[in-house]
Design a protein around this ligand. Structure first.
Ligand SMILES: [Zn+2]
Length: 616
């Protein structure tokens, strides 16, 4: 496969999938050669789920019985990756495909049956005294592989219910995603995107992508304002429905927290990963006290852009014009070069990932938006992109490649039970991958204009990945607290929280529009994965510190830091994330770790000021 062929010309209209050359599409036959093979594995999975249910009542028989149950669970887990992703990835190629969607729901139903068929496992294991299981592990090296997993069950024991309780909760899992499904239908499937006429006379249909594109590219403030107003009116017209759906998310979280005996939803969300709530509180407080460089950046933007008033819709437009294209083929060369600090073996593996038909590169009608790396255990990670030759697109490739390398190293060095890593560490390698790529691009940069573009990209990255996510985390925490305190959740109450946070962060650096009160309504993560986004921020802080360690000090110190970092990737989910990060040299319970990002932003804004000065 020749990846260094000339770039495809950017398509004026969306290409049909069939018209995109195969070398830019992922090859899912690496998972299964055909649907027959998929069906056979689906059937095998069904049989094994039945076999797991039949092991009920055997765990106390001794180490062999417990080991057999763990091995069967591993088998099922491995098959599930392949059965799910073969359907899930195909669905994402074209989400209008109802036939695939039906298969997808079939797999989801089977997974729900798996959850029900194994509901007995935990309560039965926990009825055996931990000291007994520890004696079994001492006598059986094969069982001892599961030590961390087993001991972690006992750690969370006080929040595990009896069999009847666990069964009841497993039944509720089928409708606990209802608020998110309804949000997705309301905001995507059923939405009628408004059209606006731009100052050029052109008409734009405001999908989220188009809306963001206008904010990120239009140099006409009136156009940006019009896009902002129309797009937010879309949410305003059904705002009470959004508030009601978000209320359902909050009520569900509070229901599950109370059912399991947690004091707060935050405690429930963090306990699984053994993260102290103080980490989130420290993150929120330290960030709120470090907003001055953020405000300095926005004041600089307002001046450079020559604006009399400066609004939330003005924060994305580039400071300088530079119509540079970043063809995918260049990314394929730059990316391995950018990670030279991590060693030859790392570079070699990355090239393999880039050249093996693991990546679905370009957009096509019906394709899932955004980007991800899918860890298909037993095969290899696949990456979905919507590559459009922009600087963002090439950084997204760097980001997803960070996830992919993490998956590859974890899978290669851990037994299946620890191959998956938690989201708390997941965004560390992706962010570090982006930081390395930025440095590489800055080193390569030949003029001030390019330097400004890259510095703005880096700063916007900190704003989006760190400041905005901490603001979101603060919003989620305050909204959940309303429910915990039995106070009403209304569009008004949610708007107050959001608006007050916006002002606390930006002070007089922004001019405020009333419609920003409802921005919360369109934030997908609030509905899909509560208490998720703060982890982007803690991961950002962790990578900032790791980046510093692998880039400064003596040769020996740098080499040791690289070794610690690669060990983190190879460790997968073999310990609690705070422990893994501490071993890599990062302590998130300390304000200094969070302040490192504030200092980093401060330094970048200063560099940006200098580059702008130099440009004259
Ligand atoms: Zn990511």
């Amino acid at each position: 496969m020749d990846h260094l062929a000339p770039a495809e010309a950017p398509a004026a209209t969306l290409r049909e999938r069939a018209d995109i050359p195969d070398r830019f599409k992922w090859d899912l036959t690496h998972i299964f050669p055909d649907w027959g093979a998929w069906q056979a594995t689906y059937d095998e999975l069904e049989t094994k789920i039945g076999a797991l249910a039949a092991l009920k009542g055997t765990l106390a028989n001794g180490p062999e019985a417990l080991l057999a149950a763990y091995k069967l669970r591993d088998d099922i887990g491995q098959l599930e990756y392949k059965v799910w992703y073969f359907v899930g990835l195909r669905y994402d190629e074209d989400q209008r495909n109802n036939e695939i969607n039906a298969k997808r729901q079939l797999v989801q139903t089977l997974f729900a049956r798996h959850a029900q068929a194994s509901a007995w496992f935990e309560p039965e294991l926990l009825r055996i005294p931990l000291t007994t299981v520890q004696a079994w592990m001492a006598s059986s090296p094969d069982l001892a592989v599961y030590r961390f997993a087993i001991e972690d069950w006992y750690r969370v024991q006080e929040h595990v219910l009896d069999e009847q309780g666990e069964h009841l909760l497993s039944l509720s899992s089928r409708f606990s995603t209802a608020p998110y499904d309804a949000y997705a239908a309301l905001s995507t499937a059923d939405v009628k995107h408004p059209a606006i006429t731009l100052s050029t006379g052109a008409t734009a249909t405001l999908t989220y992508g188009q809306y963001r594109a206008i904010l990120a590219t239009s140099r006409n403030q009136q156009d940006r304002a019009a896009a902002f107003v129309e797009y937010h009116k879309l949410f305003e017209s059904t705002l009470n429905t959004y508030a009601s759906l978000y209320n359902s998310v909050l009520q569900r979280d509070w229901f599950l927290a109370q059912a399991r005996g947690y004091r707060t939803t935050l405690e429930a969300a963090l306990h699984g990963n053994n993260i102290p709530p103080a980490v989130v509180e420290n993150l929120i407080e330290t960030t709120k006290a470090g907003t001055e460089p953020l405000r300095r950046y926005h004041r600089l933007r307002k001046r450079v852009l020559g604006l009399d008033t400066y609004h939330t819709y003005d924060v994305f437009v580039p400071l300088v014009e530079r119509d540079e294209k970043y063809p995918y083929e260049h990314g394929l060369e730059w990316l391995p070069a950018s990670v030279d600090r991590l060693g030859r073996a790392y570079q070699r593996q990355m090239r393999e990932a880039l050249e093996g038909a693991w990546i679905d590169v370009y957009e096509n009608p019906g394709k899932r938006s955004g980007a991800y790396s899918a860890p298909v255990y037993g095969v290899h990670p696949y990456m979905l992109l919507n590559y459009n030759d922009t600087l963002d697109a090439v950084f997204t490739l760097a980001h997803e490649m960070g996830h992919t390398m993490h998956t590859l190293l974890a899978n290669a060095h851990q037994p299946f039970v620890y191959s998956g890593y938690t989201i708390f560490v997941a965004e560390v390698p992706s962010t570090l991958s982006e930081m390395l790529f930025l440095e590489y691009m800055l080193r390569k940069a030949t003029d001030d204009r390019e330097r400004i573009v890259l510095l703005q990209h880096a700063i916007d990255g900190i704003v989006a990945t760190f400041y905005t996510q901490v603001l979101f985390a603060d919003f989620e925490l305050q909204a959940h607290r309303l429910v915990e305190e039995g106070r009403p959740i209304t569009a008004e109450a949610l708007g107050d929280i959001y608006f007050n946070l916006l002002r606390a962060y930006h002070g007089d650096a922004l001019d405020y529009d009333l419609l920003t009160r409802l921005t919360w309504a369109r934030i997908t993560h609030f509905y899909s994965t509560p208490y998720y986004v703060y982890q982007y921020a803690t991961c950002y802080a962790s990578s900032a510190q790791l980046m510093k360690q692998i880039s400064s000090g003596s040769d020996a110190e740098r080499a040791a830091a690289v070794e610690r970092y690669l060990t983190l990737l190879k460790s997968g989910g073999s310990d609690h994330p705070m422990t893994l990060l501490q071993r890599a040299g990062v302590d998130l319970s300390k304000p200094e770790t969070v302040r490192a990002v504030v200092d980093q932003l401060d330094a970048l804004v200063s560099q940006l000021e200098e580059a702008i000065e130099a440009l004259g």
